[in-house]
Design a protein around this ligand. Structure first.
Ligand SMILES: Nc1nc2c(c(=O)[nH]1)N[C@H]1C(S)=C(S)[C@@H](COP(=O)(O)O)O[C@H]1N2
Ligand SMILES: [Mo]
Length: 157
């Protein structure tokens, strides 16, 4: 039920119409979820509760504020049952993310950095962001691999 509500959500722009690009599917979720495959536009993701995260990254200078959906809640909302999430990017990069990362840390599927939309040339439209600065154990190459930029698909296994 909750799932149905969240899948039909769209962008309700207060001023002007939402950009057409924001109504295109940016993320597909497949595998062990209710109603697989599920598809999401940026509008859908923005309509969900947002989490902000301040952190540095290994590929940018300084500290940035990222905004996105909490991976833990996102998976729960879809009724995900698997322990592994295979994340795939537009450039065909793929990596397995243990579900436990989402349980143990406030990992987000980020859609904006410093209040600006992430575009394709700048790790967008979606980037998996870990709260790196807040946890010493996340400052490790094992986790760096899981910061999938240009994220396009999550497969729950
Ligand atoms: N889409 C995508 N995300 C990716 C990668 C990639 O090649 N494509 N490389 C991963 C790896 S191996 C690391 S260490 C970090 C930083 O990669 P970079 O230095 O190549 O940007 O991003 C991760 N996310
Ligand atoms: Mo890497």
């Amino acid at each position: 039920m909750r799932y149905a509500v969240f899948i039909i959500s769209t962008c309700f722009a207060l001023i002007g119409a939402p950009l057409a690009a924001d109504k295109q599917v940016v993320l597909q979720v497949t595998g062990q979820i209710d109603g697989s495959p599920a598809q999401f536009t940026l509008c859908d993701l923005r309509a969900m509760p947002a989490t902000m995260l301040e952190t540095s990254t290994v590929v940018t200078d300084g500290v940035h504020t990222f905004t996105g959906v909490l991976l833990r809640d996102f998976l729960d909302q879809m009724g995900a049952t698997g322990d592994v999430i295979t994340a795939t990017a537009l450039n065909d990069y793929t990596v397995d993310i243990p579900r436990s990362d989402a349980e143990n840390f406030d990992v987000i599927v980020g859609y904006s950095m410093n209040g600006m939309k992430l575009d394709r040339a700048d790790k967008g439209p979606l980037w998996i962001v870990y709260p790196r600065d807040g946890h010493q154990e996340l400052q490790d190459i094992r986790y760096d691999y899981r910061w999938v930029w240009q994220l396009s698909e999550l497969e729950v296994k």
